[in-house]
Ligand binder design. Structure first.
Ligand SMILES: [Zn+2]
Length: 425
């Protein structure tokens, strides 16, 4: 009996929501009709009909809602019908209309509209937004540059007041720039010194204000020292020219190749290329530029532990992080770096000595006498993939799989000049 009551009550609540959605659609339609009918009038000021609506409804502005009705009526009849029927609400309709504005090819709209109305009726707002993002990207994979150009035209910074004397600021601009800002703030905050009583978030917020207002506190480190860093994933298919999928900024969305090139060309930028395989797994980390970052140096340190000359036990901490194939011919990458003490660094460069890194962490030395030696580090602990018991060979991730087959031809060199070819443009 109790369950039956609850069942009926839940149905009633859901129906109430649909009733609100239908009323919301009717309200929007009536608002639009009110403004349109005013346009035909010669007496009343058509220009200010929307302002009158806003006053009467106690809304700040009504333009967004009027624009939504226009977009739905023109381009998205299925979505509009779903809203009026109460199967989706105004917020979902707004999200679909926003996604529609990102689609350039109008012939794609009817199918997009039908599918979106169906998906929106069965998902939460968050799920709908994810679906829309994927759908727009999948419908027009070649239009990323153009969509970026249009979206970038809307870049802006805004502030608002908050409670208790606080305020908020948000910026809409290039994801690559924002990632570099985020990284720079963290690096500067970490450099404030171990005795700084402020939390990392507090330091980041203070540095943000100091940088924008041009202030500097004598107790703080100079604020211009951190290097911006950007990491972009590049599918292996792009690298070998089989595809020209754009890069993707870590933690963000796809980035047009033109933006990646522009950022990579800025002096002082640490630019990481994360190479991914067909399943989206990380194959390799390459940093463009001469000097390895702390993180890459750390990864090589963990792998090598000591100088890579046969028999030498000088710890990596006092060694040089050497490019096995000299930079710039050889990349600043995990597979091309190795620790050598000063003495054996000079030895490597002496006539008659040769060393190759055949696999990341495996160094084949050839001596003038003709003797050869293989130096490999002790294996790190590895586990098994429960879901893929027999196929770990593709998962060449730096810490987990030290003994990888050598990368294919064309994967070995990456210089900033090669980036155009790499990104397929
Ligand atoms: Zn050594």
């Amino acid at each position: 009996m109790f369950e039956m009551d609850q069942h009926a009550e839940l149905d009633r609540i859901v129906e109430l929501q649909a009733t609100i959605a239908r009323a919301e659609a009717e309200l929007a339609e009536s608002m639009s009709a009110f403004v349109r009918s005013r346009r035909g009038s010669e007496v009343l000021g058509a220009e200010f009909a929307g302002d009158e609506l806003a006053v009467a409804l106690r809304w700040g502005r009504v333009n967004a809602r009027l624009g939504l009705v226009t977009t739905l009526g023109t381009d998205l009849p299925a979505t509009w019908a779903a809203w009026r029927a109460g199967t989706i609400d105004g917020f979902a309709a707004t999200k679909i209309a926003e996604a529609r504005c990102r689609i350039l090819d109008e012939t794609l709209l009817p199918e997009f509209d039908r599918d979106a109305a169906v998906v929106a009726a069965g998902t939460s707002w968050g799920q709908l937004q994810s679906w829309l993002n994927r759908r727009v990207a999948a419908d027009e994979p070649d239009q990323l540059e153009e969509r970026y150009r249009r979206a970038f035209a809307d870049r802006r910074v805004a502030t608002s007041q908050d409670l208790d004397g606080m305020g908020r600021l948000w910026a809409t601009t290039s994801a690559v720039d924002l990632a570099a800002i985020d990284y720079r703030l963290t690096r500067l905050a970490q450099d404030c010194g171990g005795d700084d009583p402020r939390t990392l978030e507090q330091r980041r917020a203070d540095l943000f204000v100091d940088l924008l207002l041009g202030q500097s506190d004598d107790n703080k480190q100079p604020v211009a020292s951190a290097t911006p860093a950007v990491a972009v994933t590049v599918p292996v298919q792009s690298l070998v020219g089989a595809d020209d999928v754009p890069g993707e900024i870590v933690g963000g969305g796809p980035v047009p190749a033109s933006v990646v090139r522009e950022v990579a060309g800025r002096p002082g930028t640490l630019f990481f290329r994360l190479l991914t395989d067909a399943r989206g797994d990380l194959l390799d980390v390459t940093q463009l530029g001469r000097f390895p970052s702390r993180l890459l140096g750390f990864a090589v340190d963990v792998r090598d532990q000591t100088c890579r000359f046969p028999g030498c036990t000088r710890p990596a901490a006092v060694c040089d992080c050497d490019h096995t194939i000299a930079h710039p011919a050889g990349p600043t990458a995990y597979r091309n770096l190795g620790y050598l003490c000063r003495r054996h660094h000079r030895c490597k460069q002496a006539p008659g000595y040769r060393v190759e890194q055949t696999t990341p962490g495996v160094f084949e030395w050839a001596m003038p006498t003709g003797h050869t030696y293989s130096v490999r580090r002790d294996p790190l602990p590895v586990g098994r993939w429960r879901d893929h018991p027999e196929e770990p060979d593709e998962l060449e991730w730096m810490f987990a799989f030290p003994d990888l087959p050598p990368p294919g031809q064309g994967l070995a060199d990456l210089n900033p000049e090669d980036l155009d070819a790499l990104l397929g443009c």
